[in-house]
Design a protein around this ligand. Sequence first.
Ligand SMILES: [Zn+2]
Length: 408
Amino acid sequence: MNKFITFLLLFIAMTSNSYAVTWVKLRDNHNSKLMLDKQSILEKDQLKRAWVKLEYKTPQKNLQPTEKEYNQSKLLWYFDCPAQKSATAQVFQYLNDDLVYSAAIDIKSAEFIEPVPETDVDIAMRHICMKAKPATTTPSPKKPTEKPAELPNEAAPPVVEKPAIKPEVKPIPDKTIPTQKKVTQTNDWTYEGKEGPENWGKLNPIFSTCDAGRNQSPIDIQNTTHASLKPLRLIQRYAVNDIVNNGHTIQANFKTGNMLILDSTAFLMKQVHFHAPSDNQINDKSYPLEAHFVHADSKGNLAVIAVMFKEGKANPALESLFTQIPHKVGEQVTLKSRVMASELMPLNRSYYRFSGSLTTPPCSEGVRWIVMKTPITASKEQISAFEESMKHHNNRPLQPLNGRVIVE
Ligand SMILES: [Zn+2]
């Protein structure tokens, strides 16, 4: 369908307020609030879908393609609950209730991906997939076949949705229920013992990629291929906001706005966390500490920049971070000093690049890995401070390359 007609239909859909909306809050933090329209939950063709709304406390920059600011998004998210994957079908962005941007794709051509744990999509997926079929969760006198009752409010989407809904709503297979229960436990894996890396893939069906994956991380970087890699394009204007001890690592969350432009796509910097000793190795060499800067694009694709630390001069940014390490697992503290990502990266930005996975469960693949060639230094005391706060090593054993190419 031509873009203009698509837009026009969406606009008409957006401006007709014909259905009742029931927003329920799923998450609220210093940055934004995630809401779900309970009335919009619908299940068909083995997919569940719902409208969600994100309200931001400060305006966000739309990265592509309009560069417009917005402080509210409404999104139509689809979930393949048994596969634990999701896709976005429609996006509407508003600045103070004015529509500034919209986009839609046919869900049949959308790419379903595993959401990053604890992100908004992940939170929404757990909420929606845990529910029984809509008819029982949202007591409604109307049957699922009656379209108006099931469609969301202002965005009844004639473009993406096919009006015909199967009269029989397929129940979720029972086997997914224990999975869903387990998903909520984020600490059900460890680096040692019965729940250690050798068994990650068996601990939980959604961790199966840890075993079955063929492009797993970390790796030993050697036998690289020379290519003319473009210089890294990094925008790093925003400091760390808070630091959290999640039991697996110490993670520092950045204020929104830093980004990595890779493959003509903007990846927003989310957080940096640490591994000791290093997860990856370079030419058989392990480092005492490795930082992972996790970036995600608007579709949830991930890019991680890794920086190795060798023992030497103290790093001032690490000092600020590590003196505020929360010792209780789950504790989150606001950082008192200003720490910029650039202070935790080498000046020489030459890098290795390869495709890999998360190095922790669920070990999701398709992660673009950028490993900086040049290590920076951390003092012996700083490295010990991190090791002591973790009380255990937090590196995963090296994974086979399986024919992957590492370019530099
Ligand atoms: Zn990591």
